[in-house]
Design a protein around this ligand. Structure first.
Ligand code: ADP
Ligand code: MG
Length: 209
């Protein structure tokens, strides 16, 4: 059992999009997966409710105290994917404490990357008292197809001294289109989106071991 959190207090960084697609990607590999919606906005809940036969189970957790119960719930699954809240420090802190891995999606702009600094500080402080848990890494999300990461973005990420996934998640219509139906890129005819989601999943699993 592993708990993976997708966290960034900044809205719009792609947390829900990545959580749902990552969960489905793990399910495609034959793993049992639970998505935890920790955001009172409830986007993952809306996604889940939009399809009648979603193969992924979902629970909603709105109170930081309830996050503690997750560890016993998680024992029934191979992976738990927590879709992070926006601007709720207690909730994010509680998620970091129970996580084996924290994925931080950031849009390719130095402003967005700098905005993750409190989150990174919190993760590093936790790693220091736990001998390195949770592991954590960035993924650049919503990058325009065909563009490369600017040196300003690379420098801003390097400053944090946390791993950065080689895989980037591209800005593609297929993400919101499938989300609207409660689906994922694994239900769509878009090989590139599936390939990047699969590659991201591979990288996360490699960082977990
Ligand atoms: P967060 O959960 O961090 O607030 P979301 O996953 O909800 O971010 O994404 C914010 C908005 O951007 C949503 O409308 C979503 O559909 C869209 N979006 C997220 N990732 C992508 C992507 N890779 N390509 C296109 N649209 C995206
Ligand atoms: Mg969200």
């Amino acid at each position: 059992m592993s708990i993976l959190s997708v966290l960034n207090p900044k809205g719009g960084s792609g947390k829900t999009t990545i959580s749902t697609n990552l969960a489905r990607s793990l399910h495609e590999r034959g793993h049992t997966v639970l998505i935890v919606d920790s955001d009172p906005q409830g986007s993952a809940r809306d996604w889940h409710a939009a399809s009648e036969d979603n193969p992924i189970e979902l629970v909603a957790l709105d109170r930081p105290n309830n996050v503690k119960t997750l560890t016993s719930m998680a024992a029934n699954y191979d992976y738990v994917v927590i879709d992070g809240a926006a601007k709720l420090e207690d909730m994010i802190a509680a998620c970091i404490k129970v996580s084996d891995f924290v994925l931080i999606p950031v849009q390719p702009s130095p402003y967005d990357i700098w905005a993750a600094s409190d989150l990174v500080d919190f993760i590093k402080a936790r790693q220091e008292v736990t001998d390195g848990s949770p592991r954590a890494g960035f993924v650049v999300s919503r990058i325009v197809e065909g563009t490369r990461l600017g040196s300003d973005v690379k420098t801003a990420l390097d400053d944090y001294a946390l791993p950065v996934c080689d895989t980037t998640i591209t800005q593609r219509q297929v993400y919101p289109q499938t989300a609207a139906e409660g689906l994922t890129v694994f239900d769509a005819d878009n090989a590139k989106a599936r390939a990047e989601t699969t590659a991201l999943t591979d990288e996360i699993l490699a960082m977990l071991t």
